[in-house]
Design a protein around this ligand. Sequence first.
Ligand code: SF4
Length: 371
Amino acid sequence: MSFYSVIEKYRGFRFQDYFENVTEEMFLRSLRHAEEERCSEIDLLNFLSPQGDRHLEEMAVLSQKLTRRYFGRTVSLYRPIYLANYCSNGCVYCGFSSLNRIKRRQLTFEEIEEEAAEIAKSQVRHILMLTGEAPGKSDFTYLKTAAKILKKYFDSVSIEVYPLSLEQYSELKEIGVDGLTVYQETYDEAIYDKLHLYGPKKDYRFRLDTPERGAKAGLRVIGIGALFGLGDPMSDGFFSGMHAAYLLHHYPDTEVALSIPRIKKAPETFPITDIVSDSDFVKLLVSFRLFLPRVALNVSTRESADFRDRIVELGITKMSGGSKTDVGGYSGDDPSDEQFEISDERSVEEVAAMLKTKGLTPVYKDWWQLV
Ligand code: SF4
């Protein structure tokens, strides 16, 4: 049993035909199910249909209510640290694929220590460690040593690196890593195959099962999602929600976090014709909340300050702040090119101040390991 069984179940399902045929009556029934917290996968489909656009306001109000019920008025803050930007994959939508000539770097252990000390000057005690996907460069020993250094400065260390084996996740857990983030990019297997030309990432199934390997290893938080805009956003939204539901069902001790990164910029060879709109982003966000009231919902600094401020009260429970997406960006004088352009450049203090003006409490630390 794996989440792939859900992908197979929906093979050949005509999402657009279904969405277009959702009636107001079907949608309102789904909304009632959300109020009673007993949504099915059909309800998720109905929320993502054009009826969801017509009833976005009602969905947003309910999403806010459900979020307050389970998370109170809190938003957890985290910061990313980019350790390397080497990559051995060929994703056609990314300027960082292995054949592109960009400024690449990998931090030495001494530099990781310096970056960590700099980042730790803010109160945030959650860090997300990213390396790019180059196992030959950032090998497992490098990952373990880096994680041990970060543990000296942060209570919670999550990783966003190339997919690992169950045994490797278990080893990382032993040294204090407690979270894993891995995005499927698109759940559409045919599109996935076309967009990933070479490298380990070409293996759709191995990537799809990665969150489950992390959960099996006992990692506390598993972050998933698609890169919205690569495939059809609403069917990718459906599978993202279903993937989260699958993990919550099979690994009830695990916190599952969903993100909605949307593709905004890509190499000239991959023109983006259809950027996911703000209202589609909101529809995805509130649909996830209505379908899964207890799932964590994350928004990164890919989104602008103005947009993040507008959506934070609708269901967001995690956000990054004071982020740098270049390797060595916090303390070094020779940073690499940025992984993605930051749209919200505010410091942690500024993000926290924004939350407070909305009556929300910024949470700098909500986990520590008992020894
Ligand atoms: S999306 Fe990630 S794995 Fe793919 S080329 Fe870019 S950095 Fe590498």
